[in-house]
Write a protein that binds this ligand. Structure first.
Ligand code: COD
Ligand code: ZN
Ligand code: ZN
Length: 369
C-alpha cells in the first residue's frame, strides 16, 4: 500500500496514511512517484479557496517512473520517466484540435472531479473512495492516472526538477511564452513571485523582454526574482505598486503585466499598470465570486487595453515539456534553483506554512527512488 497525504476536510491538516490503489484500467498507467512540488493551489484546496472534491489525495505537480500500464496504452511503457500534466490532453477533442489543449474537453470533468476519465478515482481509504486532485494526487508514493496525463522525459533530468515542470513551470513560463504577446525589448511586470511567478519571469526573459519588473510583498521573494531574471524590484509594502511601476516606466506603464497571485486587488493593479494598447495576463484564480471592473470607455476603448486569462500557461504539454527540458539542459531554464527545500510527505503541512511566510520558491517532496 502506498503512503499518501490525504486532505479529509477543509481547514484540516493533511494526514499521511496508507491508501489503497486499484490497478490501472484501459488507457491508464501506474506511476511510482519520484518527486512532487508543493504548489499554492494545494493549500488553496485545504483552505477552501479552490473547490476540489474531498476527501482527496492532493498534489498536482510531479514526476516519476511508469510502473504498470493498462490495456490500450500506447504513449508510454514500463520504465519510462514521465512528467505529470495536471490537465489531461487527449489530442483529438475540439479544443485539442483548435490549438487550445489546455482546455481539453476529454479531461476537464475528470480533472475537476478528482477522478479518472470514467469519473471514478483509483485511491481508497479503508474501502471508501478517495479523490485524486487533478486526476493525479502526486502526494502519494504511487498513483494511477490517464495516459493522456503523462509526458515522457529523458532519464537524466532529476525528478525533483522535472516535477516542477508539471505545474509551476508550464503555468508560469507558458503564460509569458504562449499566452502573452511579448516582443523583444518589451517591459513587463510580474505581480507575485512565487513558484509560478518566478517562471513567468523566466518565460518573459526567454521571449526577449528587456525590463522585467518583479512585484511582491516580501523582499525574500524579490531577491529570488532577481536571480531568475528580474531587472527592477517593487515591494508592495513601500506603497501603491501601480504608482511605483508608473514611476519606473516614465508614466507609460508596461507592455505586458502578469497577475500571479489570485486576488481581485492585484488583478485590478495588473490591468491598471498595463500601458495603452498593453496586455494584462491573469494567471492566479481569485475566489469564484470575484468580479473584475474595467472602465469601458477609457481603458477598453480609448486605451485599447487587453485582459487575457492564462490557464496552464496555454500549454500543449507534448510540445512544451520537451521544449522546457531542452531549455533546462542548455542552462536557459532554471529548475534546480526553484527547489528551496526537499521534504518527506510528513513535511507537507510545514511546507504550507513556509510558503505563506515567503520562505520558499518551492518545497519538493523527494520520494527518494
Ligand atoms: N501583494 C504582493 N504579493 C503578494 C500578495 C499581495 N497582496 N499576496 C501574495 N503575494 C506573493 C507572495 O509573497 C508569493 O511570493 C506570491 O505572491 C505567491 O506565490 P506562492 O508560491 O504562494 O504561489 P504559487 O506561485 O505556487 O501559485 C500561484 C498561483 C497563482 C498559481 C495560485 O495561487 C493560484 O491562483 N492557483 C489557482 C489557479 C490554478 O488552479 N492554477 C492551476 C494549478 S496551480
Ligand atoms: Zn499548481
Ligand atoms: Zn482534448
Amino acid at each position: 500500500m502506498p503512503k499518501a497525504a490525504v486532505c479529509a476536510a477543509i481547514n484540516e491538516a493533511l494526514e499521511v496514511v496508507d491508501v489503497g490503489l486499484d490497478d490501472p484500467k484501459a488507457g491508464e498507467v501506474r506511476v511510482r512517484m519520484g518527486a512532487s512540488g508543493v504548489c499554492h493551489s494545494d493549500l488553496s484546496v485545504v483552505n477552501g479557496t479552490l473547490l476540489s472534491p474531498l476527501p482527496s489525495v492532493l498534489g498536482h505537480e510531479g514526476a516519476g517512473i511508469v510502473e504498470a500500464v493498462g490495456d490500450d496504452v500506447g504513449r508510454v511503457k514500463v520504465g519510462d520517466h514521465v512528467v505529470l500534466s495536471f490537465v489531461p490532453q487527449c489530442g483529438t477533442c475540439y479544443m485539442c484540435t483548435h490549438e487550445t489543449p489546455e482546455m481539453c474537453e476529454t479531461g476537464f470533468l475528470a480533472m475537476a472531479l478528482g477522478a479518472q476519465l470514467d469519473m471514478t478515482p483509483r485511491f481508497s481509504r479503508n474501502g471508501a473512495a478517495l479523490h485524486q486532485m487533478s486526476a493525479l494526487g502526486t502526494f502519494s508514493e504511487e498513483l494511477v492516472c490517464p495516459e493522456i496525463s503523462v509526458v515522457k522525459v529523458d532519464k537524466d533530468v532529476p525528478f525533483t526538477s522535472a516535477a516542477l515542470i508539471g505545474c509551476g513551470v508550464l503555468t508560469g513560463f507558458g503564460a509569458a511564452a504562449n499566452t502573452a504577446d511579448i516582443a523583444k525589448g518589451d517591459t513587463v511586470a510580474v505581480i507575485g513571485c512565487g513558484g509560478v511567478g518566478l517562471n513567468a519571469i523566466q518565460g518573459a526573459k526567454w521571449k526577449g523582454a528587456e525590463r522585467i519588473i518583479a512585484i511582491d510583498r516580501f523582499d525574500s521573494k524579490l531577491d529570488m526574482a532577481k536571480q531568475f531574471g528580474a531587472t527592477d524590484l517593487v515591494n508592495t509594502s513601500n506603497g501603491d505598486p501601480v504608482a511605483q511601476v508608473q514611476e519606473l516606466t516614465g508614466g507609460r506603464g508596461v507592455d505586458v503585466s502578469f497577475e500571479v497571485i489570485g486576488l481581485k486587488d492585484t488583478v485590478q493593479q495588473a490591468f491598471a499598470m498595463a500601458r495603452r494598447g498593453g496586455q494584462a495576463i491573469i494567471v492566479g484564480v481569485p475566489k469564484m465570486e470575484q468580479i473584475m471592473e474595467i472602465p469601458i470607455a477609457m481603458e477598453l476603448l480609448v486605451n485599447e487595453k487587453q485582459v487575457r486569462g492564462s490557464w496552464y500557461g496555454s500549454s500543449d504539454v507534448r510540445r512544451d515539456v520537451p521544449r522546457l527540458v531542452e531549455l533546462y539542459k542548455d542552462g536557459t531554464l532554471k529548475l534546480d534553483e526553484l527547489v528551496s527545500r526537499r521534504i518527506g510527505l510528513e513535511g507537507i503541512n510545514d511546507a504550507f506554512t513556509a510558503m505563506e511566510a515567503g520562505e520558499v520558491a518551492r518545497s519538493v517532496v523527494d520520494y527518494g527512488i
